[in-house]
Design a protein around this ligand. Structure first.
Ligand code: PEP
Ligand code: MN
Length: 340
């Protein structure tokens, strides 16, 4: 159940609702929005129904929610959320481009990739310092040294940095450098990690798990939101299916389902979804045409020498062409690619 407060509700009105819910043995999760505060109630709905919640001061309406996620649900928070990463707003009016190498490999490689991203018109720089690799013998990332290199790339290009955090105990460390914390597909249901990034004061890019349903993905976002952090961008990156022609199967319909179900921005990563350079631009265009609020793509100055994911890395020219195409698509859709 959810209590939607009036835009004019005072803090004391919110506190009063929370108190009444607690008296009834329930838990209340307050989600302050730009226009109105929403309070998610967890507990015995029948007991809540007995409370005069709808007539308490400042309350606009009380809604019984069919969905298991509440704070990220659009029905209770109709106005779309803008997630600011650095000074860049990720929202539903614009097309955000996040680009960078799969992994930070060296200061030179990262700097070159960052220059490529910036030169092509990307808004945010991605790059992994901690890499979730299938094989323990594969390159695992440069860890803290990688974070330092990312900070230098930000200084050089002005691009805010998105980077993955793999473990709850590393959240503070990674948050010390990052402008947004990425939760990778393999960690989408690492609940300890989700709770920890939910307590961090940084935006979160939450990738969909390899075999997660849209509902499970939204429940993962709910974990983050429940800790007080609603600056979440969802990222569809392909799911496991029987098909082996592509690395994963890009679920564009699932992306749209998620976008309809939540007020959070939803972006698409066509690099991990396809695993092949030649498929990245077509799927990026399809994603934006279907309503995605942005894309995350991998670029590398020397894909053939990349320590991870070389076959799916775009070159600088590929990225430049793609950003131009997205800008043209944006014109048709009434969405801008900032800077274009
Ligand atoms: C990544 O973006 O670097 C990554 C590892 O992606 P995913 O978690 O989607 O596999
Ligand atoms: Mn990668």
């Amino acid at each position: 159940m959810v209590v939607v407060m009036k835009p004019t509700a005072a803090d004391a009105d919110v506190a009063h609702v929370v108190e009444r819910v607690r008296e009834a043995g329930g838990q209340a999760f307050v989600s302050p929005g730009k226009y109105r505060t929403i309070i998610g109630l967890v507990g015995d709905t029948d007991r809540f129904m007995e409370l005069p919640l709808a007539s308490l001061p400042g309350v606009e309406q009380v809604v019984r929610v069919g969905r298991p996620y509440k704070l990220v649900a659009r029905e209770l928070h109709p106005e779309p959320t803008t997630v600011k990463i650095g000074s860049h707003p990720v929202d539903r009016h614009t097309i955000t481009v996040i680009a960078g190498p799969c992994a930070v490999e060296s200061p030179e490689q990262a700097a070159e990739a960052a220059r490529m991203a910036k030169g092509a018109g990307a808004h945010l720089l991605r790059g992994g310092a901690y890499k979730p690799r299938t094989s323990p013998y594969s390159f695992q990332g440069l860890a803290e040294r990688g974070l330092e290199i990312l900070a230098a790339c930000r200084d050089a290009t002005g691009l805010p940095v998105v980077t993955e955090v793999m473990e709850a105990r590393d959240v503070d460390l990674v948050a010390g450098t990052a402008d947004a914390l990425q939760i990778g597909a393999r960690n989408m249901q690492n609940f300890a990690l989700l709770k920890e990034v939910g307590r961090a004061l940084l935006p979160v890019i939450l990738k969909r798990g390899l075999s997660a349903t849209v509902e499970e993905w939204l429940m993962a976002a709910e974990y983050v939101a429940r800790e007080g952090n609603t600056d979440i961008v969802l990222c569809e990156r392909g799911i496991r299916t029987f098909e082996t022609a592509t690395r994963n199967t890009l679920d564009l319909a699932g992306m749209v389902v998620a976008r309809q179900a939540t007020h959070l921005p939803v972006i698409v990563d066509p690099s991990h979804a396809t695993g092949q350079r030649s498929l990245v631009a077509p799927m990026a265009r399809a994603a934006v045409a279907a309503g995605a609020d942005g894309i995350m793509v991998e670029v590398h100055p020397h894909p053939e020498a990349a320590l991870s994911d070389g076959p799916q890395a775009l070159t600088g020219n590929d990225l430049e062409d793609l950003v131009s195409e997205l800008a043209a698509l944006g014109q048709a859709l009434g969405k801008a690619v900032p800077g274009r």
